[in-house]
Design a protein around this ligand. Structure first.
Ligand SMILES: O=C(O)c1cc(=O)[nH]c(=O)n1[C@@H]1O[C@H](COP(=O)(O)O)[C@@H](O)[C@H]1O
Length: 273
């Protein structure tokens, strides 16, 4: 999907919500466990119920890899369902990959070509030649971890090297890589106070912002410091939406949560128009 198309979907739906499909068989409603593919049945119901309120869906591959081949099949069915039924939805494979060049090329092929995702999350730690293979794909997006939402972000990302934090160096350096227009960045919602600094370096790039909902980040703060005239934000919530209920009404409850966030987003967008 092109960035322009993503921006136009955000404007059309008054939403920059990304629903995280982090499916755990211990948390989904018990009655779904009798289905042939409980993960896909759960995802299909969640996607159908929430797609009007969201512009993106993000399966985190760990939750599928944990179930071996069966899990990968559920992931493949989920992305195929999204691409066929809701082609206007932006899809993110949250796989946090990155390796030496020829290996990264294989990861890129797996997520962009074979599975057909619009984007994949990638770790910057191995540097330019580990990321550029992902950037070669037209209209596919590489979402580079910059400042993550977890506590461990303070171990390395905010440390200074030669007077500058590591995460701002990630932002600055990656801007010079080949096809860097295909980059987006992860900035955790729990680190909203850093967004003003981030925007000084990448004023127009899309940011994937996880950490509202279960991790306690504030949507208002994220928008105050991170929003651009083209919005350029995708705010993710996973557990807060998909596990709103584990009863028969789980999909309706998820829709209600997604709608609540979408209404807050609409109010923020109305306020800046
Ligand atoms: O890359 C990510 O999506 C990510 C980066 C980050 O800094 N923090 C973070 O929580 N995530 C992912 O975003 C999702 C957050 O889930 P919830 O905390 O349940 O909303 C999980 O899939 C995390 O792996």
């Amino acid at each position: 999907m092109t960035t322009d198309k993503l921006i136009s979907e955000i404007r059309k739906k008054n939403s920059f919500l990304c629903v995280g499909l982090d499916v755990d068989l211990d948390k989904i409603p018990n009655f779904l466990l009798e289905e042939e593919d409980p993960i896909f049945s759960f995802n299909k119901a969640i996607i159908d119920a929430t797609h009007n309120y969201a512009v993106a869906f993000k399966p985190n591959t760990a939750f599928y890899e944990a179930y071996g081949i069966k899990g990968w099949k559920s992931l493949e069915k989920t992305i195929n369902y999204l691409n066929q039924t809701y082609p206007e939805i932006f899809t993110i494979a949250d796989a946090k990959r990155g390796d030496i060049g020829n290996t990264s090329s294989r990861y890129a092929k797996a997520f962009f070509e074979d599975l057909g995702f619009d984007s994949v999350t990638v770790a910057p730690y191995m540097g330019r030649d580990s990321v550029e293979p992902f950037l070669e794909f037209n209209n596919k997006h590489t979402i580079l971890l910059a400042l993550t939402s977890n506590e461990g972000a303070y171990d390395f990302q905010t440390k200074k090297i030669e007077g500058e934090t590591v995460y701002t160096q990630v932002l600055k350096t990656s801007k010079n890589w080949k096809n860097s227009e295909n980059l987006m960045y992860v900035i955790g919602a729990t680190k909203a106070e850093h967004l003003a600094e981030v925007r000084k370096i990448v004023p127009n790039s899309f940011l994937l912002v996880p950490g509202v909902g279960a991790q306690g980040g504030s949507l208002t703060e994220v928008c105050k410091y991170g929003m651009t005239p083209d919005i350029s934000l995708l705010v993710n919530s996973s557990r807060g939406i998909i596990y709103a209920s584990n009863q028969l009404n789980f999909a309706e409850a998820a829709a209600e949560e997604a709608k609540n966030i979408q209404l807050q987003m609409k109010a923020i967008l109305d306020g800046i128009r």
